[in-house]
Design a protein around this ligand. Sequence first.
Ligand code: ASP
Ligand code: MG
Length: 450
Amino acid sequence: MTALKLLVQKFGGTSVDDIERLKIVAKLVDKTRRAGYSVVVVVSAMGDTTDHLLKQMESLRRTRPPPGAVKAMTPSNLREMDALLATGEQVSSALLATALYAIGHDTRSLNGAQAGIYTDQQHGRARIQGIDTSHVRQLLQENQIPVVAGFQGVAPDGSVTTLGRGGSDTTAVALAAALEAEECRIYTDVDGVYTADPRIVLDARRIAQLTYEEMLEFSSLGTKVMHSRAVEFAGKHNVPLRVLSSFRDGPGTLIAGERPAGGSRPLEQPLITGVACNQDEAKLTVSGIPDKPGIADDILGPIARVNIEVDMIVQNVGEHGLTDLTFTVHRRDYLQARELLGRVAEKLGARGTSGDSSIGKLSIVGVGMRSHAGIASRMFQALAREDINIMMISTSEIKISVVVKETHLETGVKALHRAFELEWDKPGQEVVSNRSQGETDPAPRQASQV
Ligand code: ASP
Ligand code: MG
């Protein structure tokens, strides 16, 4: 028997929310098999199971330990946390295997260890160290469908580990890489990646194809379609990824590397691929600090040490030996960062601190901007026309982000989407961010995203 082409199909929490949804997923797998593929399935926990399990464990940890007992969060707690959380995915895999069996497929559910997923010992955020694919390959050879519990592996000491929230995507990509699958399909509740949030921009359109780099920018900007680590992994191993909906048919969005130059069809290269906006931002300023070497670390060091991630940083031109420093953090970290900054400011003899937690970030992303000048000014003009004041700016090779007032985000996204002509019905333009050939976009207009 010649080996069939292999697809990895990963179904997220909303896709396996209840028994009815599981039956639909089984049919999707069945359809892929009928199309002549071998399939490895990876599943997340049903719906918000993981959150529930977390809450249960939290409630136990909150109960006060008896006098003299070890403190609440110990390594063994972390170990049990992983043992507990991993069960969510195991439930889905056993149920889905049963659903597949019921429609006539030979199938096996596998937990992380059974699927040969070896990780390091870092409970709660373990990294995959290697995959022993022999068991999965054996099942495929026997024409069975392995249904792997995502998000988990086994540590060197034999304990169950988990890969961090959203980690089933990483399981799927890692398996696809190790098994050299044709494609890793990530099924979710949206039917692809959009040029902007379709709930805000009604004529946003699904992007047919984008690069790993672009997808990474979108993920880090809060477009919660995929786990960033999974995208990174896919890029490193060149695994083609496709994001698609388990709720409706369609080609989804393909995420792949850039094709070599000189692709077949000449395309009107869109300058930018999409617009992202992120409300979860806050900014802090410390003013009147001595303008001398080491000062940035004096201020940001204490913030980093408590694991608060700093995004944008701007230092003003110093005057009379004094300067200001402004930076942004996630809004949930605002109060803690503000308090830390207050203490540092006092120590440094700064003039004062201030903060604003009602800001947001607007970003444009696209590999097309790499080779075009004037993208930034087009962005700034579009915002100026709407009277939107820009407070901070940061750029990378394929992204420009600005901080604006939160109340300006919606108008801003719409303005940018228009300014870069990302809406429908532009003759001569295809929704392909790649420099090369891509698919056309046959999907009907989607007015809303789940
Ligand atoms: N169930 C885990 C979570 O909710 C992993 C995943 O869904 O990928 O984070
Ligand atoms: Mg989940």
